[in-house]
Design a protein around this ligand. Structure first.
Ligand SMILES: *[C@@H]1O[C@H](CO)[C@@H](O)[C@H](O)[C@H]1NC(C)=O
Ligand SMILES: *[C@@H]1O[C@H](CO)[C@@H](O)[C@H](O)[C@H]1NC(C)=O
Length: 461
């Protein structure tokens, strides 16, 4: 299988000429539309990709499970079905500050599986919860003192003793809260990240990062604090944070000023001094009123290898080498045609949208979202890129995704091109996830979830 996937893909001749820029032939394998209120706010595969969790604005978590391969239906592999749905967070009220705390799920992180059950962390603005997801397919029957519904029997009717037995029943997925990590964040939690020691995790808000032990809920250690003594001196906030995938002492956090700081917990308990600062010097000729806003980093992800960092800012995605702090190794233009529209994007607040980014399993391709339900992929080796669209119309099951093209205002327009002026800025793809070792991606487009799979890959099954 691996050999076949590595061979160059051939493009069906029916595709438009734009297809030459395509390196993945993706087709839809699942489309779920939640109710309009349930805007998806995060998507996350588990470490083997068999489970996918989404969180939404209504505080719900929906878990999808990949169907095992079946001999009778060779195409069925790769299809994800709803496995479990539960309410993770409820709206709350902070009486001290007279503030409503939204139930919206900001992030979900899976813990690696250690026993028959699965565990995940979910967080809203303030409170992180650890959930246990387990299966039950047997139930005890034949109690002596109670009947099948659990009612206590009249003792006088009990004339003999029996041994209760486990009887098979329909599979039931049970979700139960195991821990609640509360009262540690004054500001809004934007990231959670499980450490590679699998015993600790961190949670980051606008100004602080805390380190938790997964078993201890009443205490956390503050490892980064950038809150100035006088809040009027505040010039920078933390936008995202993540642990290194293999070195449990290293983590990175990004800021609204476009910088990345790598910290080493072995150096000091409070990592206020970073070990490395990654920053691209600003080009003075390109400076404008919007420079600082568009350079704010909205997401940072370590590569699977741990060697690189992927960041997203408003207009670009960047790959950084951990060994080079002075500038990014690679810069990819996500939607440079918006550069002339920054003024109106500022007026409608879109300029503050926080787009996430993702690596594929072998760190060779990166993916990130854009407007008009478009998302972009960049092949780091061939330097090819593609714009694809997650839409209900173009996505019949097994339909191949057609590359899209946006032409800048005044540019030469080809058939099927979309002009910048007709892009829909209310349709944005902020959250995406890539299966850890296959070409399967999950795309959240407002209240719709799309899962696309590499066509050749799925046909080989
Ligand atoms: C991911 O979920 C699947 C399905 O429940 C499970 O078999 C697998 O062990 C999980 N992977 C990890 C690393 O937790
Ligand atoms: C990453 O993408 C490339 C290009 O499509 C593909 O060859 C490779 O198999 C992908 N890696 C994984 C682990 O999916």
């Amino acid at each position: 299988m691996g050999d076949l996937m590595a061979t160059p893909l051939l493009f069906p001749t029916t595709l438009s000429s734009h297809a030459t820029s395509l390196f993945l032939i993706l087709h839809l394998c699942l489309y779920v539309c939640l109710s309009p209120a349930d805007i998806i706010s995060t998507v996350e595969f588990n470490h083997t990709g068999e489970l996918l969790a989404t969180g939404d604005k209504g505080g719900r978590v929906v878990i999808f499970q990949r169907e095992p391969e079946s001999k009778s239906e060779p195409f069925s592999q790769g299809e994800y079905n709803v496995y479990s749905t539960f309410q993770s967070h409820e709206p709350e009220f902070d009486y001290l500050k007279s503030l409503e705390i939204e139930e919206k799920i900001n992030k979900i992180r899976w813990l690696p599986q250690q026993n028959a059950a699965q565990f995940l962390l979910s967080t809203n603005d303030k409170t992180i919860k650890l959930w246990k997801v387990s299966e039950r397919d047997k139930r005890p029957e034949g109690y002596n003192l109670k009947d099948e519904e659990g009612r206590i029997k009249d003792i006088s009717t009990v004339t003999s003793l029996q041994v209760p037995v486990l009887m098979p029943m329909d599979l039931m997925v049970e979700v139960s809260p195991r821990r609640v990590f509360a009262n540690a964040h004054t500001y809004h939690v934007n990231s959670i990240s499980v450490n590679s020691d699998y015993m600790t995790y961190m949670s980051a808000d606008d100004l602080r990062i805390n380190l938790w032990h997964l078993d201890i809920t009443d205490r956390s250690f503050n490892i980064v604090d950038i809150k100035p003594v006088n809040m009027e001196d505040l010039t920078e906030v933390i936008t995202a944070a993540e642990f290194h995938p293999h070195h449990c002492n290293l983590f990175v956090y990004s800021s609204s000023k476009g910088t990345l700081r790598l910290c080493d917990m072995r150096e000091a308990a409070l990592c206020d001094k970073h070990s490395k600062l990654f920053e691209e010097p600003e080009d003075p000729s390109a400076r404008s009123f919007f420079s600082e806003i568009i350079s704010s980093v909205s997401d940072v992800k370590f590569s699977h290898s741990g060697r690189y960092l992927l960041t997203r800012d408003y207009l670009t995605a960047k790959v950084w080498d951990l060994n080079m702090e002075s500038k990014p190794l690679e810069t990819y233009q996500v939607h440079d045609y918006l550069r002339s529209k920054l003024c109106s994007l500022y007026e409608n607040d879109c300029i503050f949208d926080k787009f996430e980014c993702a690596w594929n399993g072998s760190d060779s391709v990166i993916m990130t979202g854009a407007y008009n339900n478009f998302f972009r992929m960049f092949d780091r080796n061939t330097k090819r890129d593609v714009t694809l669209e997650a839409s209900r119309e173009s996505s019949k099951p097994r339909a191949v995704l057609k590359p899209r093209r946006v032409c800048a205002a005044g540019g030469k327009r080809r058939k099927d091109d979309i002009s910048v002026d007709s892009l829909d800025f209310t349709k944005k793809i902020l959250h995406t996830a890539w299966h850890p070792n296959e070409n399967i991606i999950a795309i959240a487009a407002t209240n719709n979830l799309y899962i696309f799979q590499d066509k050749l890959n799925s046909e080989m099954h």
